[in-house]
Design a protein around this ligand. Structure first.
Ligand SMILES: Nc1ncnc2c1ncn2[C@@H]1O[C@H](COP(=O)(O)OP(=O)(O)OP(=O)(O)O)[C@@H](O)[C@H]1O
Ligand SMILES: [Mg+2]
Length: 199
């Protein structure tokens, strides 16, 4: 019950620092979100902005500690990431969120929160379930297929791919470095980071 909480009575400052944006990676477990995020982050920092990572694995040990993988808990996790991302970009930070974020409606809720303060750039990190299961970096697909983990995204829980992401990465066709280059180029195109000096 939140009836007795008076959040609306807390006035907010109108001040903002320009330049903030959120890069929101979504995709199956093992698709490459974290791998690519950590290639893109340093490239962004080399152009000036300070990057804050909100990676699902880390957030779930801190901000979302104790949440599970029911639809309700997954939604709460994504809404928390969206809310924090919005707060941070008001300060001009570049936020890189990397969580499976399987539900389109919840990603839209995160987008709406973020867009109050700056751009939301959705990156669909795409790879088939077969390919992610072949990689199976964390051994989770094997457990999901064996029925030891229930409600695993792509196995017995849905993944709703974005219909119109700002960026689509095919990690079955592109190496991580190539994906990272595409993201950085798109951020330049969108005017969110200054053009880099060609190496
Ligand atoms: N073309 C590729 N692009 C990205 N990652 C790749 C590619 N080929 C192989 N990989 C490997 O796939 C794995 C992707 O794992 P990663 O932890 O980045 O996925 P994730 O999307 O963050 O998953 P999770 O949701 O479980 O955190 C890494 O071990 C990476 O080296
Ligand atoms: Mg990850």
């Amino acid at each position: 019950m939140t009836d007795h909480i008076y959040a609306h009575e807390h006035p907010e400052t109108e001040r903002r620092r320009d330049g903030g944006f959120t890069l929101w990676f979504t995709g199956l477990s093992g698709s490459g979100k974290t791998t690519i995020a950590h290639l893109v982050g340093p490239a962004i920092e080399s152009r000036g902005p300070i990057v804050e990572y909100l990676d699902g694995d880390v957030v779930r040990t801190r901000l979302s500690k104790g949440l599970g993988f029911s639809k309700e808990d997954r939604d709460t996790n994504i809404e928390r990431i969206g809310w924090v991302a919005a707060r941070l970009i008001r300060h001009g930070a570049a936020v890189i969120a990397a969580a499976i974020s399987p539900y389109a409606e919840t990603r839209q809720a995160a987008r709406s929160m973020v867009e109050q303060f700056g751009p939301f750039v959705e990156v669909h990190v795409s790879a088939s379930v077969d390919e992610c299961a072949r990689r199976d970096v964390k051994g989770l697909y094997a457990k999901a297929f064996a029925g030891e983990i229930k409600g695993f995204t792509g196995v017995d829980d849905p993944y709703e791919p974005p219909e119109a992401p700002e960026i689509l990465l095919d990690t079955e066709a592109q190496e991580p470095e190539e994906s990272a280059r595409l993201v950085v180029a798109r951020l330049e195109e969108l005017g969110l980071i200054p053009a880099g000096i060609a190496a």
